[in-house]
Ligand binder design. Structure first.
Ligand SMILES: NC(=O)c1ccc[n+]([C@@H]2O[C@H](COP(=O)([O-])OP(=O)(O)OC[C@H]3O[C@@H](n4cnc5c(N)ncnc54)[C@H](OP(=O)(O)O)[C@@H]3O)[C@@H](O)[C@H]2O)c1
Length: 357
């Protein structure tokens, strides 16, 4: 064994406390393959995996030392060793990866599109996170747009399923859709899909991100968090909450009163998990993209869902290319620095962090 692997572990009770450790490069056992983590993205979504690591079992994907966790990242890996027929050295796959140099998987349902990791500790976790897609079997794969795929594939899929859930429910009777953390990639993806329909799309963001968010052109209006009380109280409004701020939630419920017809919790960019307590208006409901995906797979079948998502992505990709500055950093130390930056919320909203590991 060569000791040239590494893992970046985070204290589960203090995500600023990092530990970069040397680990052996694993050898595959019977029925296993070893993936080398190659190129990944890092956004507030990954921070949320850490913030909600216990509640939503995100720590369970990639086991770590006691009290520590390996935050999941999305990106590309390469097969470097395998004992599984059909999983061959050199294959490139898109999927869920740890903050580490390598991942051992137990490929099952191997076909020309890729495989699923059948490792027992992942068996009861949401299934979309266990799929590894071969670049050669993915019709949507574009080699020159790898970084956009790294950054946006999971986020825009969420944006797509969120916009779809709204349309599927007649926007809950709302005439305005209000998104917090409107400068986030997931929020503006949904705004892009909802914009131009019958419903007004309003963004809420930090004062410092207002100009950026307005410049996207996918919101009818953008307000800073300080201006929440200028929202009209006689227009049925659905709140899509990506900020996850409890004080903001309480302020909106009190201000909008009966006009607030839906409150969907999508994210927690502000890392506030304090309970909202008793609220005026609708109870907050959690949005989880895989749930709406399961519903639409039953309604439409997987092929049609993929087709519709592919069409939405083809419309979005040329736009978002102009909205993001991809910043590529190299190696595990850079991964730690970028983690601390994204965790601290100091990245500009135009920045899309990609790590070449
Ligand atoms: N439910 C689901 O299935 C699902 C799936 C995917 C993503 N999400 C959630 O969507 C949210 C957005 O993720 P993303 O990856 O799209 O984000 P992103 O593009 O990295 O978002 C950056 C924006 O988030 C806000 N922000 C980031 N860090 C912050 C901090 N430390 N303190 C305060 N605000 C901070 C700022 O927006 P503002 O100034 O505009 O507030 C910032 O411009 C995440 O919470 C993620 O978990 C949910």
């Amino acid at each position: 064994m060569t000791i040239s692997g590494w893992a970046l572990e985070l204290a589960r009770d203090d995500l600023t406390r990092t530990s970069l450790i040397d680990v052996d490069v694993p050898e595959p056992g019977e029925g296993e393959a070893v993936l080398r983590v190659d190129r990944v993205g890092l956004t507030a979504n990954n921070v949320t995996y850490g913030v909600l690591g216990d509640a939503f079992r995100y720590w369970q994907f990639f086991p770590a030392s006691d009290g520590f966790g390996r935050v999941p990242l999305w990106g590309f890996s390469e097969v470097v060793a395998s004992t599984v027929p059909g999983v061959e050295i050199g294959q490139r796959l898109y999927g869920y990866l740890p903050m580490a140099s390598h991942l051992v998987v137990q490929p099952v349902r191997v076909d020309e599109r890729g495989f699923r990791d059948g490792s027992p500790h992942r068996a009861d976790l949401p299934s979309p996170y266990n799929a590894y897609a071969l670049t050669t079997g993915d019709t949507a794969y574009e080699p020159d747009r790898e970084d956009l795929q790294i950054l946006f594939r999971p986020l825009f899929f969420t944006s797509f399923m969120l916009a779809d859930q709204l349309e599927d429910n007649d926007v809950y009777g709302a005439r305005t859709v209000l998104l917090s953390s409107a400068s986030s990639k997931t929020a503006y993806g949904s705004a892009f899909l909802l914009h131009g329909g019958a419903t007004e799309v309003v963004g809420l963001t930090s004062a410092s991100n207002l100009a950026f968010t307005e410049s996207l052109g996918c919101y009818d209006r953008v307000l800073s968090y300080d201006d929440v009380e200028t929202l009209p109280t006689d227009v049925p409004t659905a709140y899509l909450d990506l900020a996850g701020s409890t004080p903001l939630r309480r302020q909106l419920h009190t201000h909008l009163g009966d006009a607030l017809v839906k409150d969907l919790v999508v994210g927690v960019t502000q890392q506030d998990t304090s309970p909202a307590g008793t609220l005026d208006g609708p109870r907050p409901a959690a949005f989880f993209a895989p749930d709406q995906m399961t519903k639409r797979t039953a309604d439409w079948g997987r092929a049609e869902l993929d087709e519709r998502f592919g069409q939405a992505w083809q419309r979005f990709a040329p736009k978002v290319q102009q909205w993001v500055d991809v910043v590529v950093s190299q190696g595990p130390e850079a991964l730690r620095d970028v983690w601390l930056e994204v965790l601290g919320g100091t990245s500009a909203p135009r920045t899309g962090h990609v790590l070449q590991l």
